[in-house]
Design a protein around this ligand. Structure first.
Ligand code: ARG
Ligand code: ZN
Length: 500
């Protein structure tokens, strides 16, 4: 475009913008669905225009207009999880728990940063009774709509400012339904003491939360419960203080944590501690009657930590350990720094799987749930790596050949974008694991392990997408891997393994 034409074009576009804005006024506050599509700051041109002639000086219009924070982060699988307009930095959950009656009472205090100017904002919260809300210590109005808690501060919040909101609440928490596991709700459970298993939507069953892995935050858990119980959560055990019949236990983590990876376990447990590589505290909670068959599966934890640290990169967090629940539920979950197992689901391979998630899933987190293979495919392939480390290359290879045979015999579906009801299906775990096995066969050991390390080092502590992993693989290998990944991730057919 010639310079003069370009100038005319520019003036015309500015005119167009202002006219559009003039049409919108005098209601500059869009409703929520529109707000979800808005960038962090509204274009200055949407201010009411006093005359049809545009004012081109940027100083002539207000810099921003407060909006209602969006009620969604637009995740295709969980449209109601997460909210827009702010970023939580830290949660302090200060809760008294009546274990016998499953009643809780207390507060959640959130320190957050606005990413837009806000007249109101949402949190995800299921059930329970909210008695009071403050924003920056001033009482705030609030309302409930399904699983949304809508908070309206008495003064709108400016963009890019820190604020604190405190929600006082009480009630009897119940697990919530989740589209990924129909008939198997997730979150807070009150059988066998208390335990929390949240993947994917369960965190909102016990505290108000920006409930999506895109908004990771640090946490303090201050939990008061009858003193005879052990209380375990994520991070480091900071203090225990007994007052009469009650005990207040404080746990804290200074590494960002996705809400589905928070946990709280209250019950009768034996705490077994050890020191891992580089002095890492390992805190295991076992049922008092757990036999050697249960506890021995965790003996290799320290060696696993050093092995995976060497293969993937340094262990991401300040502590590790397991909690074995005294129930049989065929379940394990990679709750950050403190993976949870049920007594019937404790074996060395599962212990390795949950530990590997600390790197892949927990430190490098999903941007959208449809990329779940980045969690489960990686953790499944990490099982084979552990077997390779302990039993030799042939054993690791045989492990993946079995998984591949299973995937092809059963015509397992594509692991990428599996539909929310298949989030934890074999296609994601087994065929997802085969993606990495096939990649290693394709590019060779040296490049393959460099890809894993580079991907982890680039995205640790944050979020990644499938495209990000592919980009790292292509950069490291210098190869165009578009067709390879497309086949492995998206094709209806299970592809043949490279070179076989
Ligand atoms: N992420 C867990 C694991 O692979 C499995 C969670 C399954 N969740 C569920 N709601 N069924 O260890
Ligand atoms: Zn897993």
């Amino acid at each position: 475009m010639k310079r003069i034409t370009w100038l005319i074009f520019l003036v015309l576009s500015l005119l167009g913008l202002s006219c559009q804005a003039a049409l919108l006024s005098p209601t500059p506050i869009p409703d929520a669905p529109l707000a979800t599509a808005l960038p962090d700051s509204l274009p200055t041109a949407s201010a009411p225009a006093p005359s049809p002639l545009p004012t081109l000086q940027p100083t002539a219009v207000p810099t921003e207009i407060a909006i209602n924070g969006a009620d969604s982060l637009n995740d295709p699988y969980y449209p109601q999880m997460g909210n827009g307009g702010y970023d939580v930095l830290h949660y302090t959950l200060d809760l008294s728990v009546d274990v016998a009656n499953n009643e809780i009472r207390g507060s959640a205090t959130l320190e957050a940063l606005t990413t837009a100017a806000l007249t109101s904002f949402n949190l995800d919260f299921h059930g329970l009774q909210v008695s009071a809300v403050t924003v920056n210590d001033a009482p705030a109005a609030f309302s409930r709509q399904n699983d949304e808690l809508i908070i309206t501060p008495d003064t709108p919040l400016a963009r890019d400012t820190r604020f604190t909101t405190r929600i006082e609440y009480s009630g009897r928490p119940q697990p919530v339904d989740d589209a990924a596991s129909p008939g198997e709700p997730v979150g807070w459970f009150a059988d066998a003491g208390i335990y929390v298993l949240s993947e994917s939507a369960g965190a909102m069953s016990w505290y108000p939360v920006d409930n999506h892995p895109l908004d990771k935050a640090t946490y303090t858990f201050r939990i008061t419960a009858p003193k005879q119980f052990s209380v375990a959560a994520n991070g480091l055990l900071i203090s225990e203080q007994i007052t009469g019949a009650m005990k207040t236990t404080v746990w804290e983590t200074s590494h960002p944590l996705a809400s589905y990876l928070t946990t709280l376990v209250i019950g009768h447990y034996n705490l077994v501690t050890e020191t891992g590589p580089n002095g890492l505290p390992i805190l295991n909670y076992f049922p008092p009657d757990a036999g050697g068959d249960v506890t021995s599966a965790f003996k290799p934890t320290s060696e696993m930590l050093s092995y995976y640290s060497q293969v993937f990169g340094p262990y991401p967090f300040e502590s590790y350990g397991a909690i074995v629940l005294p129930i049989e539920y065929g379940f394990a979950l990679e709750t950050q720094t403190r993976s949870i197992f049920t007594t019937d689901f404790v074996d060395e391979v599962t212990v390795a799987h949950e530990l590997a998630h600390q790197w892949f899933g927990n430190s490098v987190s999903l941007t959208t749930w449809k990329d779940i293979w980045l969690n489960e495919g990686f953790a499944t392939y990490a099982e084979a790596l552990w077997i390779e480390h302990t039993e030799g290359k042939a054993a690791g290879d045989a492990y993946m050949q079995d998984i591949y045979a299973n995937a092809s015999q059963h015509h397992l579906a594509a692991p990428e974008d599996p539909a929310v009801r298949n989030l934890f299906a074999d296609s994601v775990y087994l065929r997802g694991g085969c993606v990495l096995y096939a990649l290693r066969l394709k590019v060779g050991d040296e490049l393959f392990f460099k890809i894993l390390r580079d991907y982890y080092s680039r995205y640790q502590g944050g979020n990644a997408r499938t495209e990000d992993f592919i980009a790292v693989a292509e950069t490291v290998s210098g190869q165009d891997l578009g067709a390879f990944f497309d086949e492995w991730l998206n094709s209806d057919q299970v592809p043949a393994l490279p070179g076989q």
